[in-house]
Write a protein of this length. Structure first.
Length: 247
């Protein structure tokens, strides 16, 4: 068994998740990342190799309890250990005004972004409790604080995430486990590439720094929360948004 700590990042194939994977590796973690398809898992595997990252890529559909159970089993077998840090990053948007929203848009977003949090945190927190040490970090969103027209489903999931983290933080605080959120503003990834240039320009105008953030901006906050330096921070949300929203 290696003495390196293990970090599991869901949705590590691109965007914020991939940046977190790279930064956690720089901080000395074994990095385990997930993708939803053979293609994206292979892409991540390649990224890990190219960047000489000690870790492994796994298949995961976060909506599916069996897929989560398999992930837990495979990691336990591969490493004879379980993750010290769980980073709940995988998430989707599926926007529409409430009156036009299909049931599938609502339920798919809730299932992917929030019911998944219950499923995956429950299984991975148990060994952390036994070890009396651990970190759970969840990627929420600025819109959890501000609301956003066209995103009732997404905002429900991302604000639910903050409440979930506060409650779990209280349950496990005496076991040396912290549970926190990082709330990104608008970050340049595939998720925001759905916006056209005019929309991006309009968004940037409203951000005090006048620009969208990079995935690395989020990764640095995550690595800090994972570190020993953040051991007295729990149930907290770090906003990383260029000043777009100040609580
Ligand atoms: P992204 O580029 O769209 O990447 C999403 C990641 O999630 C991919 O790795 C994807 O895997 C994975 N994923 C999607 N559905 C999944 C499922 N059912 N099971 C497991 N994994 C799944 O997203 P991003 O912009 O990096 O966002 C990452 C997180 O930050 C999300 O939770 C998002 O809500 C949050 N966030 C993003 C922004 C932003 O401006 N970008 C702002 C606030 C919050 P595949 O590659 O296999 O599809």
């Amino acid at each position: 068994m290696s003495n390196k700590k293990i970090a599991l990042i869901t949705g590590a194939t691109r965007g914020i998740g991939l940046a977190i994977a790279k930064d956690m590796s720089r901080h000395g973690y074994i990095v385990l990342g997930t993708g939803t398809s053979e293609n994206s898992v292979n892409y991540l595997k390649n990224e890990l190799e190219l960047n000489k990252i000690d870790g492994k890529a796994y298949l995961l559909d976060i909506k599916d309890q069996e897929s989560i159970n398999n992930l837990f089993k495979n990691i336990s077998e591969d490493y004879s250990d379980t993750p010290d840090v769980l980073i709940n990053n995988a998430g989707i948007t599926n926007d529409n005004l409430l009156i036009r929203m299909d049931d599938s848009q609502w339920f798919d977003t809730i299932e992917t972004n929030i019911n998944s949090l219950y499923k995956i945190s429950k299984i991975f927190v148990k060994p952390m409790i036994k070890k009396r040490n651990g970190r759970i970090i969840c990627i929420s969103s600025v819109v959890a604080s501000t609301g956003n027209a066209g995103q009732t489903n997404y905002v429900t999931s991302k604000s639910g995430m903050i409440g979930f983290c506060k409650s779990l933080a209280k349950e496990v605080a005496t076991r040396g486990i912290t549970v926190n959120c990082v709330s990104p503003g608008f970050i340049e990834t595939d998720m925001t590439n759905k916006l056209n240039d005019a929309q991006k320009e309009q968004i940037s105008k409203n951000i005090p720094t006048n620009k969208m953030g990079s995935p690395e901006d989020i990764a640095y906050a995550v690595s800090f929360l994972a570190s020993d330096k953040a051991s007295y921070i729990t149930g907290e949300t770090i906003n990383v948004n260029g000043g777009l929203f100040m609580p």
